[in-house]
Write a protein that binds this ligand. Structure first.
Ligand SMILES: [Zn+2]
Length: 141
């Protein structure tokens, strides 16, 4: 069976074959990103002038970093003992897989504190890192 999507290892930049690695996020990093975001929202809200809704461009500059989804061969994983939420690469080989994972992950309160959105955008643009298509897809955006 041919794959539509490749998983590219963050460490060695080579594709990860089925059974040899995963797409994962460090849940400790996710928890920290959640804490940072809540603190940011509280501070940004306190700084709002009465009657003003929405955050200023200035405060948005300091919006905390989200947790980064990573791809690694088991042998290349820099943090094998991390508290990881991991997706084996063989379970994310088609666009349909990626859509289904997205639907599943959208049920997690913490998804927005990760860079899943960036991962999807990069995949659709065939950026060549993490999850990227074998054949660049038609994009009608
Ligand atoms: Zn590797």
């Amino acid at each position: 069976m041919t794959h539509e999507l490749l998983a590219i290892c963050d460490t060695c930049k080579k594709p990860v074959a089925d059974g040899e690695g995963s797409l994962w996020v460090d849940m400790t990093e996710v928890d920290q990103a959640t804490v940072n975001r809540r603190a940011w929202e509280q501070l940004a809200t306190e700084q709002l002038a009465p009657g003003i809704h929405g955050y200023s461009a200035e405060s948005l500059m300091t919006y905390p970093k989200s947790a980064r989804w990573q791809v690694h061969h088991v042998a290349c994983d820099p943090a094998p003992d991390a508290n990881a939420y991991a997706i084996d690469v063989h379970r994310c080989r088609s666009w349909a897989d990626l859509v289904l994972w997205t639907a599943h992950l959208m049920g997690k309160a913490w998804l927005s504190d990760t860079d899943w959105e960036d991962l999807l955008e990069a995949a659709s643009q065939s950026a060549g890192s993490r999850i990227t298509p074998v054949v660049p897809p038609t994009l009608n955006h």
